[in-house]
Design a binder for this molecule. Structure first.
Ligand SMILES: [Cu+2]
Length: 357
C-alpha cells in the first residue's frame, strides 16, 4: 500500500524542482528532433544518389569557382569537439584538439587540390577587371570582418580569463568596429555623391594593418602570460629552484603559499585556472578553515565555494584576487561528500571533492 501511495504521490505532488531541471533536456530533445526533421527533409529531397555517381563539376569557360566542399562542415565539427574538450578538460581536450587539427588538414587538402586544379588548367582565361563592370556597384574587399571575428574571439577569451586581457580585447574590438563604422560612413557618402554625379565610386581599399595586429598580438601574449603568473613563477623559480618541486606541504618553496595559513587549515592552491588540490578531508562536527592561495596574476580572481550534493551553496564566499590568499571559514558539517568549486570559473579543473568523516 505504501509503495502504491509513494508512486501515486509523484503524480499528485510533482517535484517541481526536478521537473524544472529537466527543461534543458526537453529543449535539447526538441532541438534534436527539429534537426532530424530538417535533415530528413533535405535527405529525401530530389532523387536519391548512390555513390559514386557524383558528376565531376565542370566550371563553365571563363568562370572560376571552386566546387562544393564538405570541409567547412567538417571543421565546424572539429571546432565543436575542441570546445567540448575545453569544457571537459583532461584527455578530452587532447582528443578535441587532435580532431580539430585533422579537420583543418582536410580543408587544407581540399584547398591544395583546388589550387593544383587551377594550376593545371593553363587554358583558363584569367580575366582581371579593374573594378566592377559598369552599372554594378560592389564594395571592395575589406579586412574589417576578419578583424571583427578576431576581436570577438579575443573578447570571449577575455571574459573567461578576465583582467587586463579582457580590457585589451574590448579595446581591440572597439578599434575594429570604429574602423568599420568609418568605412561604412565613407561608403555612404560615396552613394550620396553618386545620386548627383550618376557615377558610383568605391572607397579606397583599406590595407591590412599589420603593425597594429602585431602590437595587439604581442600585448595579448604578454598580458596572458603575466596573468597566468608565468613571470612571477620565473622570478620565484630563479631563487629557490622550481616552485613546488619539494612537494611536501608546508615546504617554504611555494611562493606566498602555506606560509600564512592558519594552523590546522586545509590548503587549496589555484594556478592557471586549476586547483592543485582536488580532494580534501576533514572531521565531521568540527568547524574548519580552507586557506586559499591564488597563484594566478592580479586580475584573475578565484574562490572556493562549498556546495551540498544537490548543488546548493553552503556559504557564499568573497573571491580572492590573483596573487592573494584568503581564509574561508566554515561551520561544522555532517559526514558526507561535498563539492568545492570556483564560482567564477565553474570548470572541471576548478572543482574538487571534500570528504567529511
Ligand atoms: Cu576561478
Amino acid at each position: 500500500m505504501t509503495t502504491v501511495l509513494d508512486t501515486l504521490s509523484i503524480f499528485v505532488m510533482p517535484d517541481w524542482k526536478a521537473l524544472i531541471a529537466l527543461l534543458p533536456f526537453l529543449l535539447a530533445l526538441l532541438f534534436i528532433a527539429w534537426f532530424a526533421f530538417t535533415f530528413r527533409k533535405f535527405a529525401t529531397l530530389g532523387p536519391s544518389r548512390r555513390a559514386p555517381a557524383r558528376i565531376q563539376p565542370i566550371t563553365p569557360a571563363s568562370v572560376h569557382m571552386p566546387g562544393g566542399s564538405a570541409a567547412p562542415i567538417v571543421v565546424a565539427f572539429g571546432g565543436a569537439m575542441l570546445f567540448l574538450g575545453l569544457v571537459l578538460g583532461g584527455i578530452w581536450l587532447a582528443i578535441g584538439a587532435v580532431i580539430m587539427a585533422m579537420t583543418l588538414t582536410v580543408w587544407m587538402r581540399d584547398a591544395l587540390r583546388d589550387y593544383d586544379h587551377l594550376e593545371n588548367r593553363t587554358m583558363l582565361p584569367a580575366v582581371i577587371h579593374e573594378g566592377p563592370p559598369p552599372g554594378v556597384h560592389m564594395p571592395g574587399p575589406s579586412i574589417r570582418p576578419l578583424m571583427g571575428a578576431l576581436g570577438s574571439a579575443a573578447l570571449l577569451g577575455g571574459l573567461v580569463v578576465g583582467g587586463w586581457v579582457l580590457i585589451l580585447a574590448v579595446v581591440f574590438l572597439v578599434y575594429t568596429l570604429l574602423g568599420w563604422l568609418f568605412d561604412a560612413t565613407a561608403e555612404y557618402r560615396k552613394t550620396v555623391e553618386a545620386d548627383k554625379t550618376g557615377h558610383l565610386e568605391n572607397i579606397p581599399a583599406v590595407p591590412l594593418p599589420m603593425r597594429t595586429l602585431q602590437v595587439f598580438a604581442l600585448a595579448f601574449v604578454l598580458l596572458g602570460l603575466s596573468q597566468a603568473g608565468f613571470f612571477s613563477s620565473i622570478a620565484a623559480g630563479g631563487g629557490t629552484g622550481t616552485p613546488g618541486a619539494s612537494g611536501a606541504p608546508g615546504a617554504s618553496g611555494a611562493p606566498g603559499g602555506a606560509a600564512g595559513a592558519p594552523p590546522g587549515a586545509l590548503t587549496v592552491e589555484a594556478k592557471v585556472l586549476e586547483y592543485k588540490e582536488k580532494t580534501l578531508e576533514t572531521a565531521a562536527g568540527k568547524p574548519f578553515t580552507i586557506w586559499f592561495v591564488n597563484e594566478d596574476g592580479p586580475g584573475t580572481p578565484h574562490d572556493v565555494e562549498l556546495r551540498n550534493a544537490d548543488g546548493s551553496v553552503i556559504k557564499k564566499q568573497p573571491p580572492t584576487d590573483g596573487g592573494k590568499s584568503q581564509a574561508y571559514t566554515y561551520d561544522a558539517l555532517q559526514p558526507g561528500t561535498y563539492t568545492y568549486i570556483c564560482s567564477i570559473h565553474p570548470i572541471p579543473a576548478m572543482t574538487g571533492t571534500l570528504t567529511v568523516k
